[in-house]
Design a protein around this ligand. Structure first.
Ligand SMILES: Cc1ncc(COP(=O)(O)O)c(C=O)c1O
Length: 387
C-alpha cells in the first residue's frame, strides 16, 4: 500500500495523538457544562482554565487576555469588529494588507459597505508591505489596521513590530489587529514584543481540531461581542464553550511550546531540500516564497511552473497519494490568484503555481518522493501542452 504524503499543512493539519487522547477523555468522562454549579461543571471550568493558562504562557500574555473562538475566521472578525464604536465615525478609514486572507479582506469590505473607506497596503514581489506606501495611507482618521503575520499562500512574514511602531505614530487611536493563523508554531510569537491590540489564531493549523481557536485581546474590557447571548468568555464570546476542542487546543499549544525547536529543525531541513531540488532539478520555475528565513516562515514553499496548469499537476500528484495545493484552500475554487497578482507576479506564472506546505512529522524521504513526482508530472504536462 502506498503511504500518503500530505503536504497541505497550511490548509489544515492532522490532529496529533495527545490532542485526540485529551479530547476523548473530556468527551467520555468530563462532559459537564462549565457554567453548571456542580462538581462536573467545576471540572469542565477547570479544564478551560488549564487550556487558557497553556495558551497565555505560550503567547506571553495574561490569561484574561485570551478569548476562545471557533477559529481564525471568528478571531479575525472579533478582533477587527469588537473594538469599533457602534456609530462608525465619519471620514474614517481602515487599512489592511493587500494580501490578507478572505476572513480579513471580507470584514474590511463589509465595513466599507457601512461607510468606512478601505485602504489596501500594497506589497512588494515578496509579499511584504511596502513601508513607505503604508505610511502614506495610515493617518489620524484610521480607526483600524489589520495585517497578517505570515501569509497563507507564500509564507512571507510581515514585520509586525516595525509596522506597529509606524501605526502608533501615524494613527494613535487605531486598533491594530493581526491575523496570526499561519504564524503560530512556525515563527516565534510573543505578545510582549509585538505590541498589537489583538491577535487571532486557529487550532486546526497546529494539530488541534477544526472549529476552535483563540484571540488575544490587549484590553478585553474595551471590546464588545459580535455574537449576543450569555456570559461565557466574560460576555465576549457567548455560547456554551466547546470544552473538548478547547482542551485539545491547550494540549496542542503546550506541545508546540515544548517542541518548537525540534519542529523548526525539520521545517528548515525540508525547505532547504525542496528549494535545492527546485533549483537544480526543475527548469522554468519561479519560487514565490522569500528565500531568506528572516522573511518567510519555514513551512510553506510556493513555486510556479511556466507552461503548466498547476491544477492538473495537483491531480497527477494526488494519484500518487501526494497532496499539495494550488493556493489557499479557501480561495482554491475562486478564479485567479488575487494574492500572487497583488505581489506583481507576472500572469504567465499564476496558473502554474503550487503551494507545498509540509508538517514537522514528515521526514526528508517525503520531499524526495514529492520532487520525483513533480519532475514527472510537470514534464508530462509540458510535453502534452507543447505538442
Ligand atoms: C492566514 C489565515 N487566516 C485565517 C484563516 C481562517 O482560519 P479558520 O479556518 O480557522 O477559520 C486561515 C485558514 O486558512 C488562514 O490561513
Amino acid at each position: 500500500m502506498m503511504i500518503m504524503n500530505y503536504m497541505d499543512h497550511a490548509a489544515t493539519t492532522p490532529v496529533r495523538a495527545e490532542v485526540i487522547e485529551a479530547m476523548t477523555e473530556m468527551m467520555k468522562s468530563q462532559y459537564g457544562n462549565p457554567s453548571s454549579l456542580h462538581r462536573m461543571g467545576l471540572q469542565a471550568e477547570h479544564a478551560l482554565d488549564t487550556a487558557r493558562d497553556q495558551i497565555a504562557s505560550f503567547l506571553s500574555c495574561k490569561v484574561e487576555q485570551i478569548v476562545f473562538t471557533s477559529g481564525g475566521t471568528e478571531g479575525n472578525n472579533l478582533g477587527m469588529r469588537g473594538f469599533l464604536p457602534i456609530e462608525l465615525p465619519e471620514n474614517s478609514n481602515l487599512c489592511i494588507g493587500s494580501v490578507e486572507h478572505s476572513s480579513v479582506f471580507q470584514v474590511a469590505k463589509e465595513l466599507e459597505r457601512r461607510g468606512v473607506e478601505c485602504r489596501l497596503l500594497p506589497v512588494d514581489i515578496h509579499g511584504r508591505i511596502i513601508m513607505e506606501e503604508a505610511v502614506k495611507r495610515i493617518d489620524a482618521n484610521t480607526i483600524l489596521v489589520s495585517i497578517q503575520h505570515v501569509n497563507n499562500e507564500i509564507g512571507g512574514i510581515q514585520p509586525i513590530e516595525i509596522l506597529s511602531k509606524q501605526i502608533r505614530k501615524a494613527a494613535p487611536k487605531a486598533h491594530f489587529h493581526v491575523d496570526g493563523v499561519q504564524a503560530i508554531g512556525k515563527i516565534p510569537v510573543s505578545m510582549k514584543t509585538l505590541d498589537v491590540d489583538s491577535y487571532a489564531f486557529s487550532g486546526h493549523k497546529i494539530n488541534a481540531t477544526k472549529g476552535i481557536g483563540a484571540l488575544y485581546l490587549k484590553d478585553p474590557k474595551a471590546s464588545r461581542p459580535i455574537l449576543w447571548g450569555s456570559k461565557q468568555e466574560r460576555g465576549l464570546r457567548p455560547g456554551t464553550e466547546n470544552v473538548p476542542a478547547i482542551v485539545g487546543l491547550g494540549v496542542a499549544v503546550e506541545k508546540l511550546n515544548q517542541e518548537f525547536g525540534a519542529h523548526q529543525a525539520v521545517y528548515i531541513k525540508n525547505r532547504n531540500a525542496l528549494l535545492h531540488a527546485i533549483e537544480t532539478e526543475l527548469d522554468q520555475t519561479l519560487v514565490n516564497t522569500p528565500l531568506s528565513l528572516e522573511e518567510a516562515a519555514p513551512h510553506i514553499v510556493s513555486v510556479s511552473f511556466a507552461g503548466v496548469k498547476s491544477e492538473i499537476v495537483l491531480h497527477m500528484l494526488e494519484m500518487k497519494e501526494i497532496y499539495v495545493s494550488t493556493g489557499s484552500a479557501c480561495s482554491s475554487r475562486a478564479k485567479g490568484n488575487r494574492i500572487l497578482a497583488e505581489m506583481g507576479i507576472a500572469s504567465k506564472w499564476l496558473d502554474g503555481t503550487l503551494r507545498i506546505s509540509y508538517g514537522w512529522e514528515l521526514g526528508p524521504e517525503k520531499i524526495e518522493e514529492l520532487v520525483a513526482a513533480l519532475i514527472e508530472a510537470v514534464g508530462e504536462v509540458r510535453e502534452l501542452t507543447m505538442r
